[in-house]
Design a protein around this ligand. Structure first.
Ligand SMILES: Cc1cc2nc3c(=O)[nH]c(=O)nc-3n(C[C@H](O)[C@H](O)[C@H](O)COP(=O)(O)O)c2cc1C
Length: 198
């Protein structure tokens, strides 16, 4: 299994940073290969500049985009780890999606409308936040986040969103709460198969 972890947080002191490391360690424990794309460390340029849009429209793809697309293409599992900022993705992650999940690679127009091209991939979304889940539920926003961040992006491109976990009130969480969140995060994967040796 190839596990691609797309990680978008600027701080090594964040919960997201710990979560990304826990996902990597869990993958290795299960014998999966894990690749982390740390968008801040990569200094990923999220802006789709006029010249980028021109190239996109002509179907021309730069080498740095092609290499990211290759990682997405070969992944069986994709985990996306990010804080909720202004009820959405951090700009660097939004820009990654704009540039990497491009027309012709991630989706295309078919006879019956849009066709997702990235099939056979399981996606897990890990969203840390300052607010409570209840507050967002009351506003109907948890459902909206699932539809927009999962459905309209990853499912649109043919992937299966297996789970989106929301981690509430992270800035004031205790060490015990953080430990609990990390356990919950890893529990969303199917149980690891027992390795039987003679
Ligand atoms: C620019 C910015 C915007 C934010 N917007 C939201 C928001 O819309 N909703 C929310 O619940 N928390 C919001 N927060 C709080 C972060 O989501 C929270 O600090 C973060 O998820 C904590 O987890 P971390 O340790 O992984 O950063 C925002 C924080 C920043 C810096």
């Amino acid at each position: 299994m190839k596990h691609l972890i797309i990680y978008a947080h600027p701080s090594k002191k964040s919960f997201s940073f710990q979560l990304k490391d826990a996902l990597k360690a869990e993958s290795e424990k299960r014998g999966w290969s894990a690749t982390v794309r740390d968008l801040y460390e990569m200094k990923f340029d999220p802006v789709l500049w006029p010249s980028d849009l021109e190239k996109l429209k002509k179907g021309e793809t730069e080498e740095d985009i092609l290499s990211e697309q290759a990682l997405v293409k070969e992944a069986d599992i994709i985990s996306v780890v990010y804080p909720l900022w202004w009820a959405g993705f951090p700009a660097i992650l939004k820009g990654y999606i704009d540039k990497i999940f491009a027309y012709g690679f991630a989706y295309k127009a078919g006879k019956n409308g849009i066709e997702g091209l990235l099939t056979n991939k399981k996606v897990y979304l890990y969203t840390s936040m300052g607010n409570t889940v209840e507050e967002y539920e009351e506003k109907g926003l948890i459902e909206a986040f699932r539809k927009i961040q999962g459905g309209e992006i990853f499912e649109f491109c043919g992937m299966e969103v297996k789970h989106q976990e929301f981690f509430p009130q992270i800035p004031s969480a205790s060490t015990e709460e953080i430990e609990k969140h990390l356990k919950v995060a890893l529990s969303v994967f199917e149980p690891a198969k027992q390795i039987i040796t003679n």
